[in-house]
Design a protein around this ligand. Structure first.
Ligand code: UD1
Ligand code: CA
Length: 452
C-alpha cells in the first residue's frame, strides 16, 4: 500500500456565517466541523495531516493544537490551488495526498478509503471524486469527451451555458500523487473569472502531460455538502443526526421520534432502550439496556445502568445505576454517584453526592455535597444546607435514616444509622443511631384567639 497524507483547506473567510468564530469551528452534533474532518481522515488511516489556515488562523490552530496536525499559513486567499501551494514542502514524491476541506463535515471514511484504493489500483496521477446532482449550480463541472473520458473541470463562473447543463460536479476531494501535484501546481495560473489559482486546473495540466487522470463517481452527493451559511449548518446537522439515529435503531434501540432525538456520535446506547421525543444525549454518555430515556431529557457525560427511567431530566457528569427512576423535573449536577433501585423524583436537585441503593428522594429536595447511605427516605422539601456563604460542607446520612418533611440539615452534620428527623426540624448537631431528632418549637394553640 502506498503511503498517504492529507491536506485540509481551512483558510477561507466564511463571511456568510456572520460570526466572530471561524467558520470551520462551528459545531455540528457537539463537534467542530474541522475536527470532524480531521477525525474522519485519521479513521481512514491518514496520520499526517497538513491544515491550511488563514482567516482566524489562531483560533483554528488553538482548536486543533492536540490533533497532531501541521499548520501552513495562507496569508492571502488566492484560491484553492494557492492554498495547497503553501504546503509545498509537505508534498512528497511517491506518497499520495488527499485534499479535504474544513467545512465539509459529512464526508465518510468509506468514501475516502475507496478513493485511495481506486486511485492506487488505477495508478492514476490524480483521482477526483465527482457526483451527479440535480442542482449543480456553483460547483465545478466535469467535462468528458465522446468516449466518456475525463477532460477537465470547469468552474461554474467560467462555464459556458452548455457546460452549465452538466450534472456531474466536482466534489472538491481528490487523491494526488504527491510529486505530480507539486509539479502541476507550478503550471497553473489565475486567468479566470475569479482571478484565483484553481486547484482543479492541475488536473488538466497533468492530463495534457499524458498522465492518468480519472474521476470516481460517488452516488451519495450529500456527504460533500460544504457549509457556507447557518442554514447549511442546520442541513448538515440533520444529516448527521439521521445517520446516528439510524445506526442506533439498527443496534436495537427504539427511537420514538428520530426528528427530535439528538445523539452525539461519542454516545453508546444499550439494546431495547427506548428513547422518547426531545431527548439529547451528549458527550461521553453511556446508557445501558432496557432503559427509558426522555421525553425532554438532556444527558451530558452520563453513565446510566440497565432498566433505568429518566424523564424530563437534565443530568451531567455523573453515574446512575440500574432500576432507578429519575424525574420528572430532576436536575443531576456533576460528580454524583446514584446507585440502584433509587428514586430521584420531581423537582429534586442532586450535586456532588453519593446516593446508596434503595434510597428515595421523591420530591422538592436539594441534596448537595452529601454522602447518603442505603434505604433512606427523604421527606418532601428536605434541604442539605451545605454553604455558609464562604465554604461548602458535607452532610453524612447513614443507612436506614428517615427524614421528615421540610427538614434542613445544616452541614457539617451526620445522621447516624437508623435515626429519625422530625418534620420541620433544622438539624445542626449530629443525630445518634436510632434516635429521633426534633428541632422545632412545640405547637401552642391559643384558644378563642380569633374572637379577640
Ligand atoms: C471548489 C472547487 C469546485 C468544487 C467545489 C466543491 C475550486 C477552484 N473549485 O469550489 O470545483 O465543485 O469546491 O465544493 O477548487 N480555501 C482556502 N484558501 C483559498 C480558497 C479556498 O483555504 O484561497 C478553502 C475554503 O476555506 C473552502 C474551500 O477551500 O473551505 C473551497 O474554497 P471555495 O473558494 O469555496 O471553492 P468553491 O467555490 O466551493
Ligand atoms: Ca470560490
Amino acid at each position: 500500500m502506498r503511503q498517504r497524507k492529507a491536506i485540509l483547506l481551512a483558510a477561507g473567510e466564511g463571511s456568510r456565517m456572520k460570526s466572530k468564530k471561524a467558520k470551520v469551528l462551528h459545531e455540528v452534533m457537539g463537534k467542530s466541523m474541522v475536527q470532524r474532518v480531521v477525525d474522519v481522515a485519521k479513521s481512514a488511516g491518514l496520520e499526517e495531516i497538513a491544515v491550511i489556515v488563514g482567516h482566524q488562523a489562531e483560533q483554528v490552530q488553538e482548536a486543533l493544537k492536540d490533533s497532531g496536525v501541521t499548520f501552513f499559513l495562507q496569508q492571502e486567499q488566492k484560491g484553492t490551488g494557492h492554498a495547497v501551494m503553501q504546503a509545498e514542502s509537505f508534498l512528497e514524491e511517491g506518497k499520495d495526498v488527499v485534499i479535504l476541506y474544513g467545512d465539509t463535515p459529512l464526508l465518510q471514511k468509506e468514501t475516502l478509503l475507496s478513493l485511495m484504493d481506486f486511485h492506487e489500483q488505477a495508478q492514476n496521477a490524480v483521482t477526483i471524486i465527482s457526483s451527479l446532482v440535480d442542482q449543480p449550480d456553483g460547483y465545478g463541472r466535469i467535462v468528458r469527451d465522446e468516449a466518456g473520458q475525463f477532460v477537465k473541470n470547469v468552474e461554474h463562473k467560467d462555464a459556458s451555458e452548455a457546460q452549465r447543463q452538466i450534472k456531474e460536479i466536482n466534489s472538491g476531494i481528490y487523491c494526488f500523487d504527491g510529486g505530480c501535484l507539486k509539479e502541476a501546481l507550478k503550471k497553473i495560473n489565475n486567468q479566470n473569472a475569479q482571478g484565483e489559482y484553481y486547484l482543479p486546473d492541475t488536473l488538466s495540466v497533468l492530463k495534457a502531460e499524458g498522465k492518468k487522470v480519472d474521476a470516481m463517481v460517488v452516488s451519495d452527493s450529500r456527504q460533500f455538502l460544504g457549509v457556507n451559511t447557518r442554514a447549511q449548518l442546520a442541513q448538515v446537522q440533520k444529516v448527521l443526526q439521521e445517520r446516528v439515529n439510524a445506526y442506533w435503531m439498527n443496534e436495537g434501540v427504539t427511537i420514538l421520534d428520530p426528528a427530535t432525538t439528538y445523539i452525539a456520535d461519542t454516545v453508546t446506547v444499550g439494546m431495547d432502550t427506548v428513547i422518547y421525543p426531545q431527548t439529547l444525549l451528549e458527550g461521553h454518555t453511556v446508557i445501558g439496556e432496557n432503559c427509558q430515556i426522555g421525553p425532554c431529557t438532556r444527558l451530558m457525560d452520563m453513565t446510566v445502568g440497565d432498566e433505568t427511567t429518566m424523564q424530563f431530566t437534565t443530568a451531567m457528569e455523573s453515574t446512575v445505576g440500574s432500576f432507578t427512576k429519575v424525574g420528572p423535573y430532576a436536575y443531576i449536577r456533576p460528580n454524583c454517584h446514584i446507585g440502584n433501585h433509587i428514586k430521584v423524583g420531581d423537582f429534586v436537585e442532586v450535586k456532588n453526592s453519593v446516593i446508596g441503593d434503595g434510597t428515595k428522594i421523591s420530591h422538592l429536595t436539594y441534596v448537595g455535597d452529601s454522602d447518603v447511605g442505603q434505604n433512606i427516605n427523604f421527606g418532601c422539601g428536605t434541604v442539605t444546607v451545605n454553604y455558609d456563604g464562604k465554604k461548602k460542607f458535607r452532610t453524612v446520612i447513614e443507612d436506614n435514616v428517615f427524614i421528615g418533611c421540610n427538614a434542613n440539615l445544616v452541614a457539617p452534620v451526620t445522621l447516624k444509622e437508623g435515626s429519625y428527623v422530625a418534620a420541620g426540624s433544622t438539624i445542626t448537631k449530629d443525630v445518634p443511631p436510632k434516635a429521633l431528632a426534633v428541632a422545632r418549637n412545640r405547637q401552642t394553640n391559643l384558644e378563642g384567639w380569633s374572637k379577640k
